[in-house]
Design a protein around this ligand. Structure first.
Ligand SMILES: *[C@@H]1O[C@H](CO)[C@@H](O)[C@H](O)[C@H]1NC(C)=O
Ligand SMILES: *[C@@H]1O[C@H](CO)[C@@H](O)[C@H](O)[C@H]1NC(C)=O
Length: 549
C-alpha cells in the first residue's frame, strides 16, 4: 500500500498540474477565506468543540503560501456563504497549519490543502470531492441525506437513480437484519455512492428494469448498478455479512474498463489491485480496444483493474511506470503492492501493441511469465567514479554493494530536485572521504543513489528525500529483499551527527574522529607524496590541454 501512495502521489501531482494549467481565471486568490465569509477559522482551542457541536463540517487544512490553497480559498468562501443561506447546519472551516502546527500534525496532514469531512470530532474522513464552489455545495448537501434512500414506488426509484453518474448500490426486499447491514455499509460508502432500498411491492417493475439479469428477487438482493449499463447490474451472490458486502462493493464499483483521470484516480487508489494501463491518443483508439478490455475485465474481475489514460493530457505519467511517454499507444501493468512494473516492449511496437499482443501480455502476466522493467541509470563510468569519494549506486549495482555483509554500508537515497539533498551533498562527500569509502579495505562504505532514476527494493520504505539508511555489517537479513535490515538515520544531518551514528550503530564501531586525527598526521608525514600528487595533477592538466588542441 505504501508504494502505491508513492506512485499515486506522482499521479496526483500530474493530474493537478494539468488541472491547474487548464483552470481559467485568476489563480492568485487568498488561501485564507475572506474574514467576512461564513468560513469559520478554527484553532487548537476551538477545533474539537466546534466539530462536536456541528453535525457536518468540511475542514480545510491549509498554508497561506500554497498555490492550490490560493486557488481553493475564494471557492471555499463562496460555498460556505451559499450553504450558510440554504443549509445553515453545514459548516465550512479552515485551519492555518502555519499557525496550528500541533493540530495539523495530530491529524497527519502531509500536504496542502487537505480537506476532511467530519461528523463529530471522532469521525473524520478524507474529502476527495469537487474543489469549486457549486461542486462543494452539491456534495455537502448530499452528505446530509440519510445514508440509505428508501424508494416506495418505481417512479421514486427511477427518479433517485436518474441523477447518478457513478455506480450505485441497490437493496431489493429486506428484513430488519439485512437492513441493518445495508445501512452500516451505506455509511461506509455514502461519500461516493448512492444507496437505494427498494420496496418489494414493485418487484415486477424492477425485473423489467434489470432485464439483463435473471432474478426473481424473492430473497433480499443486493446489486451494484453502473449507470452506463443499467440493464445488467452485478448481483451479490455470497452469504450476507458486513465484510462480504463491503468487499463486493469495493470491487464492483470499479468499471470493467474505466478511464483514469482527476475524477477517478481516488477510486483506483483505494483498490489494492494491480492497474493495467492503456495509454491512447485518440477517442477512436480507445473505442477500438474497449471491447477487449471489457472482456478481460470480466474475466479477471477482482484480480486487476483495466484503465484507459488520455496520453494527450496525462502522458507523462508513463515515466512513473517506467515506460517512454513519447511512444503511444502503450500498454503496461503496475503491480502496486510491490511496485513492480511490466510493459509491452515499445521498441518492438512503436505504433502501439495489437489487441492480440495485449491479451497475450495479460495472460503471461497472470502466468508469471513476465519480467519487470527495472529502471536504472547506467553503471558509473571510470571518470564518474573518480569524480567523487562517494560510492555511486544505480539499480544495477545497488544490491551487490549493499549485500557485502563485511562492511557497514551507509546509503543516501536522494532525488536531484530535492533541496535538502543538495544541501547534504558536500557533507556526504566529506564523510566518504573520511572513511576512505572507495578503498577496498575500508570498513565503512558511504554511498548514494538517485532514487528517482533507479528502482530498488529496500527493506525500509523510502517515503521522502533524502532517506539515509545504514546497513550494519553482519546485520539481520530481511527475508523479502535479502538485504540486511537497515537502521534509519533521523538525527540532524550535520557531519558530527553522522560520524556519531556510524560509530554507535555501525557493527564495526569505526570512530570517524580518530580517523580524522590520523588523517591529519599522515598528511603531515607524507609531504613528498603530496608533491607527487601535485605533479601528477599538473601532468594530467597538460594532457587535457593537448587533447583540446
Ligand atoms: C449566515 O446566515 C445568517 C442567517 O441568514 C446571517 O445572519 C449571517 O450574516 C450569515 N453569515 C455570513 C457570514 O454570511
Ligand atoms: C525490446 O525489443 C528490442 C528489439 O527487439 C530489444 O532489443 C530490447 O532488448 C527489448 N527490450 C526489453 C526491455 O526487452
Amino acid at each position: 500500500m505504501k508504494f502505491w501512495k508513492f506512485s499515486s502521489q506522482a499521479l496526483a501531482t500530474l493530474l493537478s498540474v494539468v488541472t491547474l494549467a487548464q483552470a481559467s481565471g485568476p489563480t492568485d486568490g487568498e488561501a485564507a477565506a475572506d474574514p467576512n465569509s461564513a468560513v469559520v477559522k478554527l484553532t487548537t482551542a476551538t477545533f474539537k468543540t466546534f466539530l462536536d457541536e456541528n453535525p457536518l463540517v468540511l475542514a480545510e487544512f491549509f498554508a497561506p503560501w500554497c498555490g492550490y490553497c490560493k486557488l481553493l480559498g475564494p471557492e471555499f468562501s463562496k460555498a460556505a456563504d451559499s450553504l450558510n443561506e440554504s443549509h445553515p447546519n453545514i459548516k465550512l472551516a479552515q485551519i492555518d497549519c502555519t499557525e496550528e502546527e500541533q493540530l495539523c500534525l495530530e491529524h497527519g496532514i502531509r500536504g496542502y490543502p487537505t480537506l476532511k469531512l467530519a461528523r463529530g470530532s471522532e469521525a473524520t474522513e478524507d474529502y476527495d470531492g469537487p474543489r469549486e464552489a457549486d461542486g462543494i455545495v452539491d456534495y455537502m448537501i448530499k452528505q446530509t441525506l440519510p445514508a440509505v434512500q428508501e424508494a416506495a414506488t418505481l417512479i421514486a426509484f427511477n427518479e433517485l437513480a436518474s441523477h447518478e453518474t457513478k455506480p450505485y448500490v441497490v437493496q431489493i426486499g429486506s428484513t430488519s437484519e439485512t437492513s441493518e447491514i445495508f445501512e452500516k455499509v451505506a455509511k461506509q460508502f455514502r461519500k461516493d455512492h448512492l444507496f437505494l432500498s427498494a420496496d418489494k411491492s414493485f418487484v415486477d417493475g424492477l425485473k423489467k428494469k434489470f432485464s439483463g439479469i435473471k432474478n426473481d428477487f424473492k430473497k433480499p438482493t443486493y446489486l451494484v448498478v453502473h449507470p452506463d449499463n443499467d440493464k445488467e447490474p452485478i448481483v451479490f451472490d455470497e452469504e450476507l455479512s458486513l465484510e462480504a458486502l463491503s468487499e463486493f462493493i469495493k470491487r464492483e464499483v470499479v468499471p470493467l474498463f474505466g478511464d483514469i483521470n482527476g475524477d477517478t484516480y481516488m477510486t483506483y487508489m483505494a483498490s489494492p489491485l494491480p492497474l493495467a494501463y492503456y495509454f491512447y491518443n485518440t477517442k477512436d483508439q480507445r473505442a477500438d480496444v474497449a471491447p477487449l478490455f471489457t472482456k478481460l475485465g470480466k474475466e479477471f474481475r477482482g484480480k486487476i483493474n483495466f484503465v484507459g489514460l488520455d496520453a494527450s493530457l496525462f502522458g507523462k505519467h508513463a515515466e512513473t511506470i517506467n515506460m517512454n511517454p513519447e511512444i503511444t499507444p502503450l500498454f503496461a501493468i503496475h503491480t502496486t503492492s510491490n511496485d513492480k512494473k511490466y510493459g509491452v516492449n515499445q521498441t518492438e511496437f512503436p505504433e502501439g501493441p495489437s489487441q492480440k499482443v495485449i491479451e497475450k501480455f495479460v495472460r503471461d502476466y497472470f502466468a508469471d511469465k513476465l519480467s519487470p522493467i527495472i529502471k536504472s541509470q547506467p553503471l558509473p563510468t571510470e571518470e564518474e567514479i573518480a569524480s567523487t569519494p562517494v560510492v555511486q549506486l544505480v539499480a544495477h549495482n545497488h544490491d551487490d554493494v549493499v549485500k557485502d555483509v563485511t562492511k557497514d554500508v551507509f546509503v543516501k537515497y536522494y532525488a536531484p530536485w530535492c533541496g535538502h539533498c543538495k544541501k547534504l551533498a558536500p557533507t556526504w562527500e566529506e564523510l566518504a572521504e573520511l572513511y576512505d569509502s572507495k578503498n577496498a579495505d575500508s570498513q565503512v562504505v558511504i554511498a548514494n543513489l538517485d532514487h528517482s532514476s533507479n528502482d530498488v527494493t529496500t527493506p525500509v520504505q523510502i517515503e521522502g528525500y533524502p532517506t539515509l539508511l545504514l546497513y550494519p555489517a553482519n546485520g539481520e537479513i530481511d527475508e523479502k529483499t535479502g538485504l540486511r535490515t537497515p537502521i534509519v538515520f533521523s538525527d540532524n544531518r550535520e557531519l558530527e551527527s553522522l560520524i556519531k551514528f556510524i560509530k554507535e550503530k555501525g557493527a564495526h564501531g569505526v570512530d570517524g574522529h580518530e580517523l580524522k586525527s590520523r588523517q591529519v598526521e599522515i598528511e603531515e608525514e607524507d609531504e613528498e607524496t603530496l608533491v607527487d600528487k601535485v605533479e601528477e595533477v599538473l601532468e594530467e592538466a597538460k594532457e587535457v590541454e593537448h587533447d583540446e588542441l
